[in-house]
Design a protein around this ligand. Structure first.
Ligand code: NCD
Ligand code: ZN
Length: 419
């Protein structure tokens, strides 16, 4: 692709940077200049009422695939992300079969390359004999689920893997609870479980970097910070409480909590304590969400969530710079990707050009296969005009552009990875 210039009102985690032009070549931002140099193509957004920002990063998505391709696939989920302006996604390993052996992890990574956006995977905690084989693959790190927490294989990962380990902060007992009412699930799967799960990990004395995804309780965030762990929150814990809706559409793990927890999470977000927002996009088939007793937990956010969080910017509660830190720079730092989440020269040219002034209702997903979107979560503020991955347009004026420039950023980092 020929080098080109993208001009507009630039913004990233530092806030508004003013009008300027990015020179894009070889999939990267290579230069920042007030005006484009002559002789090269220019895409000019100056004076069009839009902002040019780093693409969003979602470090917690369930794209399913394999035997659960009836719920979502790497391709449908990848396009859902592209539509929302999310240009890097990290998939989760609670697939069927579980992505915790070298073969299945390699298969999942291959399937993820069908996404139009950049991608990687957190591997499940492997049995000892598989650890070396999985660690050699371009994964973003490992994921601890409640059922892994007390197992020796988890201690081995925490003591030996020098990369990132992400923790779902609940206890194995939580998996035995079948109570369905949103408010009583909040009590049975109480906040104490989150805190204890962090203490269990800390007691191993990990050499891994620990990230907690997703904290639903303020005390979990306080403890995570005390232990030196990074932490994200999901949009549903931040914006809703159990009075907003009941029943299966609102069933999610950890549960949506009370108004006090919600208010406190919001304060922590506004005070800059939280490292990132991540969706926990958890798609299921409609029939799985319709069973009144055993219905599957999860909310499928991927195609819209950044624009629901952006409501906080429109309401002047969250600054523009903080918004971009939470949805792109913060997640890039958690992943250890210095060349993501900013407009610094050298960064990967993953960009979202968006109109911050649009107010609309999200009418439901176009790409994601999940149709169980809770109706109260539809009010959006802002929407992308153009979404760019590695310098290539994948979405323009709310229409997909059939290009697949997505890469796994961990592939090129394999050589520099510590043993
Ligand atoms: C997730 C899923 O469906 O995979 N569901 C959820 O409620 N969060 C599982 C998980 O992230 O724990
Ligand atoms: Zn999840």
């Amino acid at each position: 692709m020929e080098p080109y210039w993208l001009c507009g009102k630039l913004v990233d985690y530092r806030g508004l940077l003013g009008e300027g032009c990015l020179r894009i070549a070889g999939g990267r931002i290579v230069e920042l200049s007030k005006i484009p140099k002559p002789g090269e193509g220019v895409r000019d957004y100056i004076g069009k009422g839009v902002l040019v920002a780093p693409g969003f990063i979602d470090i917690h998505v369930h794209l399913r695939g394999l035997e659960q391709s009836y719920k979502e696939t790497e391709e449908t989920g990848g396009w859902a992300a592209a539509r929302a302006g999310i240009t890097l996604i990290v998939d989760m390993p609670n697939t069927v079969p579980r992505a915790s052996t070298p073969d299945i992890v390699a298969l999942k990574l291959a399937d993820l390359s069908k996404a139009p956006v950049d991608h990687s995977l957190f591997a499940g905690i492997p049995e000892s004999q598989d650890l070396e084989g999985v660690s050699r693959l371009p994964i973003a790190g490992y994921k601890i689920y409640p059922n892994d927490l007390l197992e020796l294989r988890t201690s081995k990962v925490l003591r030996e893997w020098r990369g990132l380990v992400v923790l779902h902060p609940e206890l194995p007992e939580s998996e035995m609870i079948i109570e369905e009412k949103v408010w009583s699930r909040g009590i049975l799967r109480g906040c104490w479980m989150e805190a204890v799960s962090l203490e269990v990990v800390a007691s191993v004395g990990p050499v891994s970097r620990i990230h907690v995804t997703h904290a639903s309780c303020p005390a979990t965030i306080v403890l995570a910070k005390k232990l030196g762990y990074s932490v994200d929150v999901a949009p549903h814990h931040l914006l809703y409480d159990y009075r907003d809706g009941d029943g299966c559409m609102y069933k999610v793990n950890p549960p949506i909590r009370g108004s006090g927890e919600k208010a406190s999470l919001q304060q922590m977000l506004l005070n800059g304590v939280i490292d990132a927002v991540a969706s926990d996009h958890a798609p299921h088939a409609l029939w799985e969400k319709s069973d009144p007793l055993y219905c599957s937990p999860g909310i499928p956010w991927l195609e819209v969530w950044p624009w629901i969080i952006h409501r906080l910017v429109s309401a002047r509660a969250l600054s523009l710079g903080e918004f971009h830190r939470l949805v792109s720079r913060g997640p890039a730092r958690i992943l250890g990707l210095k060349d993501y989440g900013s407009l610094h020269p050298g960064a990967r040219a993953n960009l979202v050009v968006y109109n911050p002034n649009i107010r609309s209702r999200f009418e439901g997903p176009r790409h994601s296969m999940a149709r169980h979107y809770p109706s109260i979560m539809q009010e959006v503020s802002g929407w992308p005009v153009e979404v760019i991955v590695g310098g290539v347009t994948v979405y323009y004026m709310d229409q997909p552009v059939h290009a697949k420039p997505g890469i796994n950023p961990f592939t090129s980092r394999m050589l520099s990875r510590p043993a």
